[in-house]
Design a protein around this ligand. Sequence first.
Ligand code: MG
Length: 378
Amino acid sequence: MEIIDISVDRFTYLSNQVSDSEGHGHPGEEHEATQTLTRIITDEGIEGYCFGGNPRVMEHIVKSAIVGEDPLYREKIWQRLNQWQRIHKSGLSDQEIAVVDMALWDLAGRCANQPVHKLLGAFRDKVPAYASSMCGDELEGGLNTPEAYGDFAQMNCERGYKAIKLHTWMPPIEWAPDPKMDVAACRAVRERVGDDIDLMLDSYHFYDRHEALFIGRELEKLNYLWIEEPMDEQSVSSYVWLTEQLDIPVVGPETAEGKHFTRAEWIKRNASDIIRGGVGDLGGITPLIKTAHLCESFGMRMEVHGGGPGNLHVLCAMGIAGLYYERGLLHPFIDYDKPPPWLHEIPDPLDSNGFVHVSQDPGLGLKINFDYIKKSKI
Ligand code: MG
């Protein structure tokens, strides 16, 4: 089998989410937005799919790296794209490599008639999920006060979640960030949900060491499960400093560049207690499963960053290293369980006990609405 082409369909949809000037998503006025579907096409008629992908990058960089290759040689293709980043620094991001890698895993699953987690060596078919909130806002009835976080946490517990993660207030909100407000929100949630729910905080990412230490010590009193990315991850020494002093597990790195190589360095320096990374941060399923095995070898957990089918399949193939699936981002005004128009079903359905179930269909198991995409193509 040979790859003969890679193509990207761009299509429109109506979105009720907007990005603020810092890039954080919030509920907003309905407007037209665009999405893409990347497809890898073979000479045997089998295709692999992944949503996302920049048409220009796929056409001008990736195409020449993969056309003519056997699509089952995922490692070979991943290594080549990783090396090509050296000369295509601004164009070929880890996110673009992740899209190619996931489309290749999808294709392999469709060939073997097996879901991706079983190709990876399955460990489980469902994972407990945490409700991951959007960042704080100033919307009445939204996430505008500590009490509002308490209300939303209670709603999510009633929905079945056994764990909740808060993203708190960040710029461009005028008074944010504020460590005391972060702690107030964390306290309000703990008081509302009681002691049996796991709670985590993912706050502003550019606090200084002492602000991060203050928040971490308060979260210890509130029995939080972890503190995530409270400082700039480019300063590994700051994380070594923080991790040394706190009892609460520090989770990272999430956004630091360098794939599994960076995670290995953080482990070696004791810069965090729990490693972090998702398909988009690392460059696909191929490096994410390597990172899981790396962490397992050091007796460390890796909490997978972000939702979606790629992360879910890896979580179902990781032994004991990852506790939770990140489901979200959630907000009182947004119906997460309603599939977007390009899918017939969401890839991460939640049961009443707070578990997300992985698809048993071949590949990534996406229920793609090809008719919608064709109709809405640009
Ligand atoms: Mg995070």
